[in-house]
Design a binder for this molecule. Sequence first.
Ligand code: MLT
Length: 309
Amino acid sequence: LGILIAPAEAQTYPTRSITMIVPFAAGGPTDVVARIVTGHMAQTLGQSIIIENVVGAGGTTATTRAARAANDGYTLITGHMGTHAASVPLYPKLAYHPEKDFEPIALLAGTPILILARKDFPPKDLKEFVAYVKANAEKVNAAHAGVGSVSHVSCELLHSILDIKPVGVPFNGTGPAMNALVAGQVDYMCDQIVNAVPQINAGTIKAYAIATPERNPSLPNVPTTAEAGLPKFQAQAWNAMFAPKGTSPAIVASLNAAASKALDDETVKKRLLELGSVIPTPAERTPEALATLVRNEIAKWTPVLKPAT
Ligand code: MLT
């Protein structure tokens, strides 16, 4: 009976490839998480999922495009704490609202933030970093992925704690920003762990601290900000999948089930954990839980970021 009364689209969806918009450059944390998860989802759904990197304006250009796309389940977006929360206070003329213009599908990953620097940046540890950037606030620069991106917002928080305003250097994502850090073209960055683990392990950049209460198993030698002397700086971002508002509940349910199945897959889990991300529990993966997260994150970041604009 269930099959007989199920909406027709749920029985057939998807009948063609799906486009997954990634609002930052290829090779960055959002792109990496989206590719890992959608690679498995495509097997479950029996259709390919094509990643389209659409860059600009801290991810808001792509998110606007996703909000305006047809709500037929064939255009989705992997958004994050920036595009679907921090953008609200930072862009007074934002052309979308994360809550009103999207159907939440599933939380994909938690991504702790690290304070990273070019390999030859003089400070040796976090205490020296704090003293150095305070003393040289006019000279140092911080790379980020555009206003409202996670890297921008996280370093804004760090800078407000340190009471400094160094120059920001924007990129189309922290993939390219990381290349500049490795090349020594920028001084430091507050980036998501997914982007950082391979470079830290290769010794191409410095990691001063991870801004979470516990150390991360993928980086056991990197101290927490509390251990390293800056307990006030706590930051963890997240990646999540959304569809344009009005996408049918049946399609959302089938995408949610495929995303959750991907997160339970041993290979997917291993890859995400190796990169330091935090895999959401089943309770955290529901569309309702994601709606609550978005609402709470907007409420959390609005007072922090409003004075900075
Ligand atoms: C990216 O994928 O490049 C990042 O998520 C950018 C950011 O928000 O810092």
